[in-house]
Design a binder for this molecule. Structure first.
Ligand code: DP6
Length: 332
């Protein structure tokens, strides 16, 4: 057992350049496709888990009770991890920070990564990065990628006995890229990613082709990353993004995350690239646009995005270190 009765961990979102969209096994949270992402240095979410009296876990976000779905997902995650520990005490899970839950800003990835690390420490479980990442995947597949830092892959071909952690393919300093996020709409998305990808698998005629193409995307993106070829990475990342959205849109009923502002920004990013700014876009299960660029081009990209009327907020982040424990007073 751990020496603590309270542990705090932090983690930040990761954004995929080769997208994960679809599970091979819902129960086992096994992705159907490989994905490649950048784990960022922020905005960090902090998760504090403490042992409490009583027989019920409590879950809060910035001091407020969370919605039912968030609570249920947290509860299932805690029950799953707890079942392997012999622990029976109730926990209080308090998270702080993050951006907008369920808005396509990967707050659930950061949350489950931090939660996985926190309960690992609290319950004295195997604390290897791989074990923590594999555990985080059971909460949300993309959360596995927020545990290691830098440029991170999650590839179901690497699963062994149902175990699949994400791994760092290149450390954060391999390539001086930045991610500039243009927030075009606050508030939760209409269709949660888990539901959207399930619907795509069950109804989209493009789903089989999406799964097939993702393997080529992964190979191509890894090669572009190795040689730090931004133009090559731009082409494959935008293609993965467009194919994911095309697959989702062709579902029945359609799953559409892009808004007018999203499309306007995508056009702008392509135009900026033609003007010689090394940048490309990616869009997840929400209307926000994430622009990947060289760190030296951040100001030019920000200026461009800022001029678009629908942009509510701009965030800039760099590749980061992955999930970390926050030492508490009294730790040596
Ligand atoms: C569009 O990891 O949130 O952001 O595994 O069901 O929790 P669950 O889904 P989630 O899906 C993320 C999908 C995506 C693409 C990506 O991050 O690769």
């Amino acid at each position: 057992m751990s020496k603590h009765d309270c542990t705090v961990a932090t983690a930040a979102p990761n954004f995929a350049l080769v997208k994960y969209w679809g599970k091979a096994d819902d129960e086992a949270m096994m992705p159907a496709v490989p994905s490649l992402a950048i784990t960022l240095d922020g905005p960090e979410i902090g998760v504090r888990v403490s042992v409490v009296d009583g027989d019920r876990d409590t879950v809060t976000l910035d001091g407020e009770a969370v919605d039912e779905r968030w609570r249920d997902r947290t509860q299932s995650f805690l029950d799953m991890v707890r079942s392997g520990t012999g622990s029976s005490g109730a926990l209080s899970v308090e998270s702080t920070g993050g951006v907008v839950p369920a808005a396509g800003l990967a707050s659930s990835a950061a949350y489950f990564a931090a939660l996985s690390l926190a309960v690992t420490d609290l319950w004295g479980l195997d604390g290897d990065e791989e074990a923590v990442s594999d555990r985080a995947r059971r909460g949300s597949v993309s959360a596995a990628r927020s545990v290691p830092g830098g440029y991170v892959a999650l590839d179901p071909q690497e699963a062994v006995d149902g175990r699949l952690p994400a791994r760092t393919v290149y450390p954060a300093d391999h390539w001086d890229l930045a991610v500039v996020v243009a927030v075009v709409q606050m508030g939760p998305k209409d269709v949660k990613s888990s539901d959207g990808m399930k619907r795509s698998r069950e109804t989209s005629p493009y789903y089989p082709e999406w799964v097939r193409a993702s393997r080529d995307h992964m190979t191509e993106a890894l090669e572009a990353m190795k040689t730090r070829d931004l133009e090559r990475l731009a082409r494959v990342a935008e293609s993965s993004c467009i194919m994911m959205h095309a697959c989702a849109m062709a579902s029945d009923p359609p799953v559409i995350y892009m808004r007018d502002g999203t499309r306007e920004l995508m056009e702008l990013v392509r135009w900026m690239r033609q003007q010689g700014v090394g940048c490309f876009y990616t869009v997840d299960a929400g209307p926000q646009v994430k622009v990947v660029c060289q760190q030296e081009d951040v100001e030019r990209v920000k200026e461009g995005l800022d001029a678009v009327s629908g942009v509510r907020r701009i965030l800039v982040h760099r590749p980061g270190p992955g999930a970390r424990l926050v030492p508490s007073h009294g730790d040596s």
